[in-house]
Design a protein. Sequence first.
Length: 218
Amino acid sequence: MCTGPNGALNVENLNRHLAELEKWLIRWKIKINVDKCQAVCFTRARKLPPPKLFRRTIPWCNETKYLGITLDRKLTYKKHITNVTKKFKKARMALHPLIGGNSRLSLGNRLLLYKSLLRPLISYASPVWGAAANMHFIGLERLQNMAVRQIARQPWYIRNRTIRKDLRLPTIQEYFKNIAERLFKKVDASSNTALQKIPAYDPRGNRNRRRPRAALHR
């Protein structure tokens, strides 16, 4: 990964790193499938020369999946949240016999299933993409509200806010913020040299509104 204000220069730096990677791979006799390599340029620049590995061009992609997170070139995380929504709905349907109206489980156990199996689908790696646009959080809040209302077996006229209060559940946005606060406290206190070299930035600035720590200032 290369960062900087000049896109073309970043590609040159990236190619130099890839050349060093080629030497390392050859030295240790490791073979990789270049056809499966992807490159994403997180910039507004429209045309940049693609990077190369073993003299083969790595095409630019609009998005890529890394450690379960779909990263798009504009860092809107729209595709990732769409995927999360699909996974959540599918899991909720699978758990319907246990959390639905005919379930014989207690309210505490039904709520435990939500916290341990359903909510993690939404919150996975949330400190990374928790700075997404507020419009995406409306959909995630709706997912939680529907699941919690089903678990609590409350009629339509009971407010979602009241149900959450009775069950002592934070909103999705509040929950994400708590996770981010715990994570970044650990990062700031870490003695890892790689983490210490991460440049500091002000998450309240407009240019950094898509940066992870911006989730702390919602």
